[in-house]
Design a protein around this ligand. Structure first.
Ligand code: PAF
Length: 282
């Protein structure tokens, strides 16, 4: 296993890989790895000759400095976890200066309104930050395939758009959300919850499945409101949004068009820890 910290070293190796015609898979992460990440890495091993995992907590995608400050960090544990899958995986763990050549600077993109609703409404410039770093990583690794989790569905749509804008020739591979036994989607932020909060957060996935069950009901909006109310009965829980949006454009639905695909999106803040999830409805 190689663990590199410098872009220069990566560039040298990537040149060799490309000249030997081996395929490259990239799994971009912010570390604090969990079973969701491991499923992406396993998929990359199945598909690609050489797999790179990047571990970098990207400052430009955090609109709230406190959120960045408390984001969990665990490089040694992450490396052990990766090794437990295979010792052939390579890790790139740069620091801020290496990735941003000095001051972290955001690039502003036109995402065709994909960034206006849902997370975009609550985290100003979050997706510009994500796209800035993913674009840098893809330019560095020249990956054939890049892997993301369905849990961050809005992010995956943004990256699709980014690849078009930047004319980056990589396949985006989206892997299904991995859940804890109680249905809670794995997320690095789950580490910030107490045991009881983690258990109680199972209501997030239950709410999505309940909405899916009632998707054809004429009282869908009322049902949605009553679900929000029942989540917020727990005074540690605040629903930031619970919306039904077009799976492709991510615009909030006003009227269901049976020819289109819809998803439910939710964000619940549990004692200030933001948990997001989504579910395909039809
Ligand atoms: O999904 C994440 O962990 C991050 O947004 C990503 C894609 C690694 C970019 O920093």
């Amino acid at each position: 296993m190689l663990i590199l910290f410098r872009k220069e070293e990566v560039t040298k190796l990537i040149k060799q890989t490309i000249s030997s015609k081996k395929s490259i898979g990239l799994v971009p992460t912010m570390g604090s790895l969990h079973k969701g990440h491991l499923s992406l890495i396993k998929q990359a091993i199945d598909n690609n000759d050489i797999v790179w995992v990047s571990i970098f907590i990207n400052p430009t995608q955090f609109s709230n400095p406190a959120d960045l400050e408390r984001y969990p960090k665990n490089l040694e544990k992450d490396i052990d976890l990766i090794k437990s899958i295979s010792d052939k995986i390579n890790v790139f763990s740069p620091n801020e200066k290496e990735m941003y050549d000095g001051m972290p600077k955001l690039k502003i993109y036109d995402f065709k309104n994909l960034d206006v609703e849902l997370e975009g409404k609550f985290r100003r410039n979050h997706f510009n930050g994500v796209a800035t770093i993913v674009s840098k990583l893809l330019n560095l690794f020249k990956a054939d395939d890049v892997y993301f989790g369905e849990k961050d569905y809005q992010q995956t749509q943004i990256i699709r758009q980014l690849l078009k804008i930047e004319k980056i020739n990589a396949n985006i591979i989206i892997c299904p959300t991995v859940r804890e036994k109680n249905g809670l989607a794995f997320s690095s932020r789950n580490n910030l919850l107490s045991n009881s909060e983690r258990e109680e957060s199972s209501i997030i996935f239950k709410s999505l499945t309940l909405l899916k069950k009632n998707f054809n009901s004429l009282k869908l909006e009322l049902i949605k409101k009553s679900i929000i109310k029942s989540i917020q009965k727990n005074n540690k829980f605040k629903v930031e949004y619970f919306e039904i949006a077009d799976s492709e454009t991510l615009q909030i639905h006003k009227k269901i068009n049976p020819k289109k695909s819809y998803r439910a999106f939710i964000c619940v803040s549990v004692n200030e820890v933001r948990l997001i999830d989504n579910l395909l409805l039809n």
